[in-house]
Ligand binder design. Structure first.
Ligand code: ARG
Length: 458
C-alpha cells in the first residue's frame, strides 16, 4: 500500500522496490522512529494541530506497533520502502484519519535525520561505556603487575625499561582520547533536525523547541536546508570509531607478537585462542587477528561516508539512505571488538620470568648511564658518544654494561666513580626515571591514582 499514490499512474516496478528499499537494514531504527514520532505528536497537540485524544491514540498505537516489530509480528515488505513508512502505514491501518495526521509538519527527511541522531547518540554512549570497561581492566592490571618491569621499544628495538603499569596506562590514555573525541562529537549529534521538514521548514505553527526538549537534544538546528542533509556528525562518529580501530589493531598486533614463541611475553587465555585443524600443538591468537582484521572495515566506512556525501547538491538526496550501512557496520564492529577487550586484558598472563630473564639483553640501561654522565657535567652529545662506544665494546665481548669494571668506565670518562653501578641494570635504570609522565615507579603510581579517581567519577 502506497501512502501517497496520488501523483502516479503506474505501479512501481517490483525490481525498483527491492532496489530502493531500506527496511532490511533500517528496521533497527524502529525504537528511535517511534520515539521521534511520539515527540512530534505530543508537540502537534500542544500547538493545536492534534487534539489531546488524537495524541494519546497515536502515542499508544505507536507503542503497540513497536512491540509488534520487536516481536516479529509486523510483516516487513519492500513495497513499503523503509521503517518510517512501515510504522506510519501500520498506524493508519489502525487509526484511519487520526493516523493520517501524524506526518503533519514533517517529512521523512527530518524524520530519518532525527532517528539517526537518536541512534548515534545511544551508540556513542554505548561505545563510551565499553571504552571505560577497557580502561578499568587496564588500571586493574597496573595494580596487579605493580612490580613488573617491561622492556620499552621504539622501532620494535629495545629502548628503555619501564614499569609494566606505564604500558597499561598508555592504552588508558589512548582510550581516553577516544572517549573525548566521542563526547565532542556528541555536541554536534545533539542538535535536533525535527521540524525542518523536507528542506524548507513549514508554514504550520510547529514548536521545535518543544520537540528538542522532549527528545533530549540541546538545541534545534538553525537551518532547515543544512540539517536535512547534514551527515557530518556521522563521519565524525565513524572517524572516532576508526581511531579506536587503529588503537585496537596496533594493540592486537603487538600482542600477537608477544604471544609468539620468539617473544614469549604473554599467555592468552584459552577462551581467546583457537587450535589448528592440522597442527596439534598450535594455539592461535585468532581473536586478536580478527580485531586487527576487522579494523579495516571500520576504516573503510569512513571513506564510504565521505565518498557518499562528497558530490551531493543541497539538500536531501536518496544517496543518503546508504549512510546507515556504513555507520551500523562500523559501530557493530567496534562494539563487538570492545566487548572482548576487558576479558582479554585481564585474562592475559605476562610471562614474568621469561621477561625478567631477558631484561639484561639490549642495553636497556644505556640511556641511564648517559644521563649519569650528564649529571656529572659531561655534555649530552659527548656522553652519548662515550656510552655508544662502551655498548659497542660490550657487544663485541658479549657482555652487559654492568659487567664492565670501574677501571674500564674510568678509561672512558674520568667523571665516573663506583656509584655508576647504581644506575646500571634494568631495575636501577627504571628506578632512576623520575620526570612527570615517565615510566618510573613513582610517576606510574601517581598516574594510577589519578586514573582510579577519574574512572570512579566518570
Ligand atoms: N529511507 C530513506 C533514508 O534512509 C528515508 C528518507 C526518504 N526521503 C525521501 N525523500 N525519499 O534516507
Amino acid at each position: 500500500m502506497k501512502l501517497w499514490s496520488g501523483r502516479f499512474a503506474q505501479e512501481t516496478d517490483p525490481r525498483v522496490e527491492s532496489f530502493t528499499e531500506s527496511i532490511s537494514f533500517d528496521v533497527r531504527l524502529a525504537r528511535h522512529d517511534v520515539r521521534g514520532s511520539q515527540a512530534h505528536a505530543t508537540m502537534l497537540a500542544k500547538v493545536g494541530l492534534l487534539t489531546e485524544q488524537e495524541r494519546d491514540q497515536i502515542v499508544n498505537e505507536l507503542n503497540a506497533i513497536l512491540a509488534r516489530i520487536e516481536n516479529g509480528d509486523l510483516e516487513l515488505s519492500p513495497s513499503l520502502e523503509d521503517v518510517h513508512m512501515h510504522i506510519e502505514s501500520a498506524l493508519i491501518e489502525k487509526l484511519g484519519d487520526v493516523g493520517r495526521k501524524l506526518h503533519t509538519g514533517r517529512s521523512r527527511n527530518d524524520q530519518v535525520a532525527t532517528d539517526m541522531k537518536l541512534f548515534t547518540r545511544e551508540a556513542i554512549e554505548h561505545i563510551d561505556r565499553l571504552l571505560q570497561d577497557a580502561q578499568c581492566a587496564l588500571v586493574d592490571r597496573t595494580e596487579r603487575d605493580v612490580d613488573v618491569i617491561l622492556p620499552g621499544y621504539t622501532h620494535l628495538q629495545r629502548a628503555m625499561p619501564v614499569m609494566a603499569g606505564h604500558y597499561w596506562l598508555a592504552y588508558c590514555e589512548k582510550f581516553q582520547r577516544d572517549r573525548d573525541r566521542l563526547s565532542d562529537c556528541l555536541r554536534r549529534v545533539n542538535v535536533s533536525p525535527l521540524g525542518c521538514a523536507a528542506l524548507a521548514g513549514t508554514s504550520l505553527p510547529i514548536d521545535r523547541d518543544y520537540t528538542t526538549e522532549l527528545l533530549g537534544f540541546s538545541e534545534p538546528a538553525a537551518n532547515s536546508l543544512d540539517v536535512s542533509s547534514d551527515r557530518d556528525y556521522q563521519i565524525e562518529f565513524v572517524s572516532a570509531l576508526a581511531l579506536i580501530a587503529t588503537h585496537l589493531s596496533g594493540w592486537a598486533e603487538e600482542w600477537i607478537l608477544w604471544f609468539s614463541t620468539e617473544f614469549g611475553f604473554l599467555k592468552l587465555p584459552d577462551a581467546y585462542t583457537t587450535g589448528s585443524s592440522i597442527m596439534p600443538q598450535k594455539r592461535n591468537p585468532d581473536v586478536l587477528e580478527l580485531i586487527r582484521g576487522k579494523s579495516a572495515r571500520v576504516m573503510a566506512s569512513v571513506s564510504q561516508l565521505l565518498l557518499l556525501v562528497k558530490n551531493l547538491p543541497m539538500a536531501y538526496n536518496r544517496d543518503l539512505q546508504e549512510d546507515k550501512l556504513a555507520l551500523f557496520d562500523a559501530y557493530d564492529t567496534i562494539a563487538a571488538c570492545l566487548e572482548l577487550v576487558p576479558d582479554i586484558i585481564s585474562g592475559a598472563e605476562l610471562q614474568v620470568d621469561r621477561i625478567r630473564e631477558r631484561l639484561d639483553e639490549g642495553f636497556l640501561d644505556a640511556t641511564a648511564l648517559m644521563e649519569y654522565l650528564i649529571k656529572r657535567g659531561v655534555p649530552m652529545r659527548s656522553g652519548h658518544g662515550i656510552v655508544g662506544r662502551l655498548v659497542a665494546e660490550c657487544e663485541q665481548r658479549g657482555c652487559r654494561l654492568s659487567d664492565l669494571t670501574l677501571a674500564e668506565f674510568q678509561a672512558a670518562s674520568d667523571r665516573v666513580d663506583e656509584t655508576v653501578f647504581d644506575v646500571l641494570g634494568p631495575d636501577n635504570a627504571v628506578a632512576a626515571l623520575q620526570s612527570y609522565g615517565s615510566g618510573g615507579r613513582a610517576a606510574v603510581a601517581e598516574q594510577t591514582q589519578r586514573w582510579k579517581q577519574q574512572l570512579s567519577e566518570s
